[in-house]
Design a protein around this ligand. Structure first.
Ligand code: PNW
Length: 536
């Protein structure tokens, strides 16, 4: 234990030497006896393609992820695919049982568009697709678990991609028809709807880049077209639900946006502006049109893309514009702000051009990095453990979007497997501690929290290498055996006690810094020890 304390001290020293003195304390707050408010709800999240398998069973057709991986197996780190995944298409009863074991109130899962509409269009509704989700919903209701449905979690029917996908303006109608089928079949029992999961991943990384399907790489153009159509589709589904289904069935509808926290790299006004610009032009790209009082894209984004487009000799801005009627049509179309949060970055202004030309990155002109010494050890290289970032982000969203009720629809940690997952236990403890402080000390308007994920699953380009589950899935076993990890027990105890375990220590980050990994990093700074004392 002493050795660990020493290493923690040394880690702090490394941070100071790296110039990050203002973020010495990673934790989201001190030890406290705060508890989660009475009405606060807990849940777990999954997504169809990451768990279901049965990729071509009972009438389902290819999604853009099936297609990308079938045609380019090298896209995935372990050359695996989601054809079978955790086989939840057949094992949904066990899934519901696991949600029940955790004692949570809500299960968030997504519906596969190509399973419901094999042509992508509503001319043909697949009865076996409807039946699968009806069965799952009934199983949840049996345990008194509220179902939350994500309408779109990245798996567009390939048949729609063939005609332009999210860059085709007609997708607004196609998506609305699809949402209508879901509302008509499931709104009697589904009380929470998420129109889109992380649209920035779809548009910026999938259309502007190659990191997500369809890996189009039409940077500078396609990410803006995709976003434009997607926001209209969101608003259209909201209005449909609000006018035609809510009066009969009740229920809430919103969107889930992914956001990192942005910390200024140095304590300068320039870096502070860069961090704010990051938030405005990333999460704000999607949030400002829906959640701000004035609506429309964030002014900074409009200014920067218009300016660059002019310099680059385009006839018109690469950023399409909403008409005043569209601004009003999109503004206010959400009952809650779904937030998916995992990690934090440090921001500074770019020195000259950055990224590909043209691209969103180049248009904005900022640089983001992570401090190599931030706790991690995760199988996902980007996942640094910075709980205070979660707390600061919740405060920023609460203020920026006028106290909108926030539901954290995803938060979690990835490792390489194992049921004794100390790092995940530690991650959840620290982030839930930050959340408690956000609620009680910052008045952040958070009303619910979901852990990502219920079980290990197909982690996109990381395949089955990166595990996010509270339950371990033995992907080699014929029946995809699911076993509770230590983190499942931790989460269940938080849910039932509505607070953190008595032995939780907000200063303890040792689970993320195995001594063997840390020592080579810290040894070179040891001679600087007297200097550190001097500074203090
Ligand atoms: C989310 N980031 O993606 C997705 O919604 C899940 O499907 C996924 O499995 C999970 O998180 C873990 O990766 C992310 O920018 C998108 O830090 C973006 C980020 C993180 C996760």
């Amino acid at each position: 234990m002493k050795m660990y304390k020493y290493l923690t001290f040394i880690t702090v020293l490394v941070l100071v030497c790296n110039g990050s003195a203002d973020i010495l304390n990673f934790s989201g707050g001190d030890k406290s006896n705060y508890t989660f408010p009475k009405e606060f709800f807990f849940g777990v999240s999954t997504a169809a393609i990451q768990i279901e398998g049965a990729w071509n069973e009972d009438g389902k057709t290819e999604s853009i992820w099936d297609h990308l991986i079938h045609t380019n197996p090298d896209f995935v780190r372990d050359r695996s695919n989601p054809d079978v995944a955790a086989d939840s298409y057949h094992l949904y009863k066990r899934d519901a049982e696991m949600v029940h074991e955790l004692g949570v109130d809500i299960y968030r899962f997504s519906i596969s568009w190509p399973r419901i509409l094999p042509t992508g269009l509503a001319n043909e509704v697949n009865p076996l697709g409807i039946l699968y989700y009806k069965n799952l919903i009934n199983e949840l209701v049996k345990y008194n678990i509220t179902p939350m449905v994500t309408i779109y979690h990245w798996d567009l029917p390939q048949k729609l991609q063939d005609i332009g996908g999210w860059t085709n303006a007609h997708i607004v109608d196609y998506y609305t028809d699809y949402a209508n089928v879901l509302f008509a079949n499931f709104a009697d029992k589904v009380k929470y709807w998420v129109t889109f999961n992380e649209p920035m991943q779809t548009c910026l990384e999938g259309y502007g880049g190659t990191y997500r399907a369809p890996a189009l790489d039409r940077h500078g153009i396609a990410e803006y077209l995709c976003t434009h159509n997607l926001l209209k589709a969101h608003a259209s589904a909201y209005h449909l639900f609000d006018q035609q289904y809510r009066p009969t069935y009740g229920g809430k509808i919103g969107m889930s946006l992914d956001s990192n926290w942005a910390e200024p790299k140095a304590n300068t006004s320039k870096d502070k502006a860069a961090a704010e610009l990051y938030l405005q032009t990333h999460v704000g790209w999607y949030a400002h049109p829906v959640y701000s009082a004035e609506g429309n894209y964030p002014p900074d984004l409009i200014r920067l893309v218009d300016e660059k487009s002019r310099q680059q000799n385009y006839t018109r801005s690469r950023l399409p514009k909403f008409s005043p009627e569209e601004v009003v049509y999109i503004r206010g179309t959400a009952d809650f702000f779904g937030l998916n949060h995992y990690t934090t970055y440090m921001l500074s202004m770019a020195d000259g051009e950055v990224g590909k030309i043209p691209s969103h990155e180049n248009d904005i002109g900022i640089v983001r990095v992570q401090d190599a010494s931030w706790p991690s050890m995760s199988s996902s290289s980007w996942l640094k453990v910075v709980p205070f970032g979660f707390r600061r982000l919740l405060r920023w969203i609460t203020k920026e979007y006028n106290n909108v009720p926030i539901i954290v629809t995803e938060n979690g940690y990835a490792d390489f497997s194992g049921v004794h997952d100390d790092a995940r236990v530690s991650y959840y403890s620290h982030y839930l501690n930050a959340l408690l402080h956000a609620i009680h000390e910052d008045n952040s308007s958070v009303i619910g929290y979901f852990a990502w994920s219920l079980m290990d699953n197909f982690e996109w380009d990381d395949g089955y290498v990166s595990r996010f589950g509270l339950y371990l899935v033995d992907f080699k076993s014929p029946n995809k055996t699911r076993t509770a990890k230590d983190s499942a027990r931790l989460y269940a105890s938080v849910v039932s006690s509505r607070g953190l375990p008595a032995d939780y220590d907000p200063e303890d980050f040792t689970a993320f810094s195995a001594a063997s990994k840390l020592v080579p990093t810290v040894l070179p700074v040891l001679p600087l020890l007297p200097l550190y004392r001097l500074i203090l």
